[in-house]
Write a protein that binds this ligand. Sequence first.
Ligand SMILES: [Zn+2]
Length: 376
Amino acid sequence: MRYFLTLFLLLGIGSASADKKTMLYDFRYWTAPDHTRIVVDTQENTFFDIFTSKDYIILSVENAKVLSDTFSHLFFQDKRIERAQIKRDHETLKLIFYTKDLYSVKYFTLPPNQKYKYHRLVIDLYDSKSSMPKSKMAIEKTSHIDKTVILVDAGHGGEDSGAVGNNRTREKDVNLAIARRLVNTINKNKDLNAVLTRNGDYYIPLTKRITIAQNEQATMFISIHADAVESKSAKGASIYTLSEKGNNSKLAKQLEQSENSVDQFGGVETVIDSDQYLKSILTDFSRQDRDAQSQKLATHVLKELSKIGPVHKESPQKANFVVLKTPTIPSILVETAFISNPTQERRLSNSKEQQKIADAIYKGVIDYFDENQENL
Ligand SMILES: [Zn+2]
């Protein structure tokens, strides 16, 4: 039977000693539109195998145990997973995920990093491509014909929480809240169609965010983030546009570093050398135009943001962000405020303030279009 595959894998190098049990520290699930991600925090040297069928997926781990603190995190259900169960079969611990359909299962392991101290086993259940009815696809494609498409990207998501404030506010959550408000605001304008890169708590690799913009034939890309630095007093909004050279200021360097390395937190099997990948999808002929347009857009949006709150820098900044490398379309990254500043953290989690920020970005977008109209 084609689907009854059993795969034996070894996580890490070396072998676990027989008398010591392998610890499964924690479980997390993330539901995305096209897949569900299961993440298991494990020890190094964990032997496991994965068995896939139409009705269930079994993850077997030799000689393992689960922490009582996190035991309940295993039980989960969503549109793909009906329920999860744990069974002991002699020395083997079996985690059984009852599924609603046959999914193509992809799995990989990730080593610890700055944000995750354990090894991670990632199991992705992907919908089979054919499951989407053709008619629905056709409707989706034609529904926003003749409209200007604006891609609104909520930074981070899923395994990658982004920056975290003193009161535990997570950047990924406020980014999504503001992004959703921005999309709703933009979509009240009948000439525009705003689309979210993610509309839930799951991770999307940086380069995929760019391909979404291309597939949607977007003509503008706005990525929403919140800043964080060690000092609690830093405040204000900033806007970044792409500079292939990067930026020499300390803050921008730190930001580039943290924003460009998120794929390893979010969980990307092989973090692609983004520049290599991007070189193959980018054409350079209109880069100059893109940069000038991005600069114009950034200036308008920053001006509007300065009317509703402090700004960190008076003019748009340049940095080498992977997510801004959308070919030919104006692209900006908005750092809405500093989540590391307790006053600004409160502001970012307040729904009225989120709407004010969304409105200001929208006004900036409209001013940008107006200016371009005048120049025609
Ligand atoms: Zn961010």
